[in-house]
Design a binder for this molecule. Sequence first.
Ligand SMILES: C[S@@+](CC[C@H](N)C(=O)[O-])C[C@H]1O[C@@H](n2cnc3c(N)ncnc32)[C@H](O)[C@@H]1O
Length: 338
Amino acid sequence: MDHTLSFVRSMALGCAVKLGVADAIHRGGGHVFLHDLIAALPNPVTASKLPHLGRLMRVLTTSGVFAQADDGAYCLTPVSSLLVSDGGKRKNQTQLVRLHLSPLVVSPFTNMAEWFTSDDGEDTAFKMTHGADFWGVCERHAEFSKLFNEALASDSQFIMDAAIHGAGRQVFEGIKSLVDVGGGTGEAAKAVARAFPHIKCIVLDRPQVIDGIPAGGPVEFVGGDFMDFIPQANALLLKFVLHDWNDKDCVRILRRCREAIPPRQAGGKVIIIEIVVGSSSEAIYHATQQLYDLHMSMVTPGMERDEKEWCKLFMESGFTKYKINPLLGLRSIIEVFP
Ligand SMILES: C[S@@+](CC[C@H](N)C(=O)[O-])C[C@H]1O[C@@H](n2cnc3c(N)ncnc32)[C@H](O)[C@@H]1O
C-alpha cells in the first residue's frame, strides 16, 4: 500500500505549496501551531477543514517536508525551506513543484501502460494523452506556458547561485561571450552577466518565449530554432535542454554548438548543467535521478543520462574532451571541449 499510495505524498506536497504552508510557518517565526497555521495561510482555508489540515500536515511531517517540535508546533525542514518565497524575496522551488504536479504533466502517467502497449507511433505518453508534444501544449495553454517559464526561471536563479558562487565558478572564468542555448526567459544568462559584467550574454530560445521580453537589459535575446542556428560565441550554456531530446536530436544540437564556438586553444567550450545519473554515491540522489529519467521518458522524447551516455553524445558530435563537476543535489556542471 505504501508503494500504491506514494502519489498521495506528492499531491500533499503540491497542496501545501498551493496553500502557502511554508511561507505561513516562516512568517510565524518558524514555529506555528495548527490553529494559528490556518489563520496565517495566504489562501484562506475553511475553519471546518482544520482537522483535515492536521492530517495533511501529519503526512508531510512524516515524510520530512515539515517537522514538529516537542510542543506540537510545526517547523520548517531543509526541504520546506526551499518552498519559502517570502513574497518573492527568496529564491525558491515552489513553481517547479507546481509544474511537475500540474494536471497536464501528471495525467500522462495515468496512461503509462496504455502507451507501452499502443502502436499509434506516439513517442511519448504526454503526446498520446494531449495530442501534442510538450512545446505544442505550451502554445495551446498560455497559463501552463507561463508556469513552465516561471518554474525554469526560478530554478535558474536557484542553481546558478551554486554554479557561479560555488562549485562551478571557475567554469565561467576567462569567457568573453556566452550564448545560453534554450535559455528561456534569461535568468541563467542574467546571473552570469551580473557576476561577470565583462561577458557579453545572449539568450537563444523559441520566438514564442522571446517575443514578449523587453529589450535593453543586461542580456540580448534572439528568437530562433537551435536545431538550425546558434549565434557564435566563446562559450555556450545548455541548462536543462539536452534531457528534453533523444540522442539523435542531441547530436544535432551539439553539432550546431560545435560550429558556433572557436577551437579549444581559443577558449571554445560548451557548459552543460544537467543530471549525470550515478553522479552521487548517496542512494536518495540515485533513486531520484532514476525517477526523473522515467518522468522525462513519459513527458519528452528525452532522458537522463549516465556518464557513458553523455560521453557517447559528445564524441559523436565532434567534441574530444569533457569534465564533470558535481554541482548541487541531482545536477552536475559539465564542460565539453572541441
Ligand atoms: C527545459 S527548458 C530550459 C530553459 C532554461 N535553459 C532553464 O534551464 O531555465 C528548455 C528550453 O528550450 C527551449 N526550446 C525548445 N525547443 C527549442 C528550439 N527548437 N529552439 C530554441 N529553443 C528551444 C524551450 O522554449 C525552453 O525554454
